[in-house]
Design a protein around this ligand. Structure first.
Ligand SMILES: [Zn+2]
Length: 111
């Protein structure tokens, strides 16, 4: 389980970017240059700076909740992480996570 925010995505953008574009040689004309700029931002880069270097916000924006499909959340919970690709099998918003726990408790599930 992982809490996902724009900041957490910015923190992993460098590693994810490198995994996608350095396979094993650089794929794309400016990808190595972008990688070097992302690396220079350090371990906790400003998400807006990551977006500016990459040229879009797709590497820091949060996806839609997998249950209710709404977008625009500032925080999500990720379940079932795939460490190789730093992605999750399921991401849930606060509302859907609470609904699941409420239902769990209402049905008397203890474990
Ligand atoms: Zn949801």
């Amino acid at each position: 389980m992982e809490i996902i925010t724009r900041q957490s995505k910015a923190n992993t953008a460098f590693d994810r970017w490198r995994k996608v574009y350095q396979v094993p040689k650089w794929v794309g004309t400016n990808k190595e240059d972008i990688t070097n700029k992302l690396c220079a931002l350090g371990h906790e880069p400003d998400p807006d700076e990551v977006d500016a270097i990459i040229g879009n916000s797709s590497w820091t924006n949060l996806t839609a909740c997998d249950e209710c499909k709404t977008v625009g959340h500032s925080i999500l919970v990720g379940l079932g992480i795939d460490h190789e690709y730093s992605c999750h099998a399921v991401v849930l918003c606060h509302s859907c996570l609470c609904k699941a726990l409420t239902r769990w408790c209402a049905e008397g599930a203890k474990t």
